[in-house]
Design a protein around this ligand. Structure first.
Ligand code: NAD
Length: 291
């Protein structure tokens, strides 16, 4: 008898991952979490797995893929060191690149056909640049050059290229989410209390995305068919500043002359238009409505 649809989530013990686990469970998936640590709240089964070790990845995935149950719908790979300079550069690069390579290699070998990867707005290079670098145009979209100097941003660019290679090798659908700064419900009060410190979020171009909207995008990306290897910006419609976007650009990004939209109101400087179109996805959790 066919059971529930199955999905594997990596990094499910982390900030975004816990919301992703919950969302798939709520949507009647059988979910397994692969992480080096257990989650604070046991939402589903976790197998402690170091994704740097291909043997462990294979073993964990094949345990979940075997038998005559329904095939694995896909893998949502969020495990990573999630920023630059918390670890040495080489450790961050190796962890993020090898864990992603191993997930894709094992998925290819086991015939898993869909993978979602957590990439980042940091792949554009602005966030962790040693000298502040303005975007070449706004709103940034997926065609904007990715110019990281840090090993975290570089790891995300490499992972997107690895995704393309695996798509060529096996035809698997690999969608890389260039995520804005992820917020969970407990982040909103502090963020709003610091609205006056506008510059604090300049490096992320005031981007944000609620973890619950990340989770809904993951589900859409596992359920959609025929996308190949795509990078999609996953960000809110609006910015995480209380100021008008046009004023932010005038004050903090004076060198940006190529302005490609009317920048109405508090609109985001990183565009989610492609994700909305290809995934039929809408972010629903808006900063100004959260307390
Ligand atoms: N937090 C953000 O604002 C943000 C923004 C853009 C992109 N991202 C990306 O989203 C993803 C999730 O970010 P997060 O903030 O939830 O991070 P997090 O650190 O809270 O969670 C990441 C999880 O990955 C696990 N992990 C790391 N390396 C592992 C390995 N080798 N094997 C097994 N597990 C491993 C960690 O134990 C942790 O539970 C990451 O890929 C990150 O780069 C995050």
């Amino acid at each position: 008898m066919m059971g529930k649809a199955r999905v594997i989530v990596t990094g499910g013990s982390g900030k975004a991952g816990q919301w992703i686990l919950k969302h798939f469970v709520e949507n009647e998936y059988e979910v397994i979490n692969l992480d080096v640590k257990a989650p604070a709240e046991p939402i589903c089964r976790t197998i402690i797995t170091d994704l740097n070790d291909l043997g462990q990845v294979h073993n964990a995935l094949s345990a979940f893929s075997s038998g005559n149950r329904q095939e694995v719908a896909g893998i949502v790979h969020f495990a990573a060191i999630p920023q630059a300079y918390t670890h040495t550069n080489d450790v961050c690069f190796r962890n993020n690149v090898m864990s992603t390579y191993n997930i894709l290699e094992a998925a290819a070998n086991l015939g898993i056909k869909k993978v979602v990867l957590a990439s980042s707005e940091s792949s554009y290079g602005i966030c962790f640049a040693s000298e502040f670098m303005e975007p070449q145009y706004v709103p940034i979209d997926e065609a904007h050059p990715q110019l990281p100097e840090d090993s975290y941003g570089l790891s995300k660019v490499v992972n997107e290229v690895t995704a393309q290679a695996f798509h060529r090798r096996t035809g698997m659908q690999v969608i890389s989410f260039r995520l804005g700064n992820i917020l969970v419900p407990e982040n909103y009060a502090e963020l709003k209390a610091n609205f006056d410190n506008t510059e604090a979020r300049l490096r992320i171009l005031w981007s944000y995305i609620d973890a619950r909207d990340v989770a809904s995008a993951c589900l859409k990306a596992i359920e959609v068919d025929g996308l190949g290897a795509e990078a999609l910006i996953i960000a809110a419609d609006d910015s995480s500043s209380n100021r008008l976007t046009r004023d932010l650009v005038a004050q903090y990004l004076p060198g940006v002359k190529d302005i490609r939209s009317s920048l109405e109101g508090r609109t985001s400087l990183i565009s989610n238009a492609k994700a909305k179109k290809l995934l039929d996805w809408e972010p629903k959790f808006h900063l100004m409505e959260q307390s």
